[in-house]
Write a protein that binds this ligand. Structure first.
Ligand code: ZN
Length: 208
């Protein structure tokens, strides 16, 4: 799949040339890769990018419905997945969206990520269902999602896929739901890491 941008995915500036990079010359160097495993409770969690700068802007635009193909952001996420599949197949499970938000946006980034990451050793599994339907308002942002897991039978261990990890609360909820039905969960990989410890570590190395 090819993505030819006409505007920068970070700042929206019109790009002079066709590109498969997605970001302008000003935004591209400001991308901060993450690729650091830091467990949330017992779950190893890593993301391709730090949730900052142009990447944060890109995700913000996606959530407003201005969506561009994330292909150009996937290499570090693919590397994380390859680390996990070296020892065997996994089942990719996207964190499902709250339903009214999905209707409003028409796309769901974790689903798109799973679609692009899946392969021979990483098949997609539909094991999680979201039960809370009320619109997420600012004051309710800390309310954990309500997730129900389906028993899978004999699927390989799950790798959860989400767009942004902030506190890990959603991932922990998904982990607990899957373990309750006897489904092993191996790790979680996300597009962007917003955890303070990770951001502090990455941004403190920012003098390049
Ligand atoms: Zn830009």
């Amino acid at each position: 799949m090819w993505w030819f941008g006409t505007t920068c995915a970070g700042c929206g500036t019109r790009l002079a040339m066709r590109t498969d990079e997605g970001f302008c010359a000003g935004c591209a160097p400001a991308l901060e890769s993450a690729e650091r495993w830091l467990s949330v409770t017992t779950l190893p969690v890593a993301a391709g990018w730090a949730y900052t700068g142009p990447l944060q802007a890109w995700i913000g635009r996606c959530k407003q419905g201005i969506f561009s193909d994330p292909q150009f952001l996937l290499p570090p996420v693919h590397r994380l997945l390859r680390q996990l599949t070296q020892t065997g197949a996994v089942t990719l499970v996207a964190i499902p969206p709250e339903r009214t938000r999905l209707r409003a946006r028409g796309m769901h980034l974790p689903d798109v990520l799973v679609d692009q990451l899946r392969g021979r050793n990483a098949k997609r599994g539909w094991l999680l269902e979201r039960l809370d339907r009320a619109p997420v308002r600012r004051e309710r942002m800390r309310t954990p999602p309500v997730l129900r897991a389906r028993a899978s039978g004999e699927l390989p261990p799950v790798v959860l896929v989400d767009d942004v990890v902030t506190t890990g609360q959603t991932l922990t909820t998904a982990l607990e739901a899957l373990r309750q039905v006897g489904q092993p969960v191996r790790a979680a990989i996300c597009l962007a890491d917003a955890r303070p410890q990770i951001l502090a570590e990455i941004l403190s190395q920012g003098t390049r």
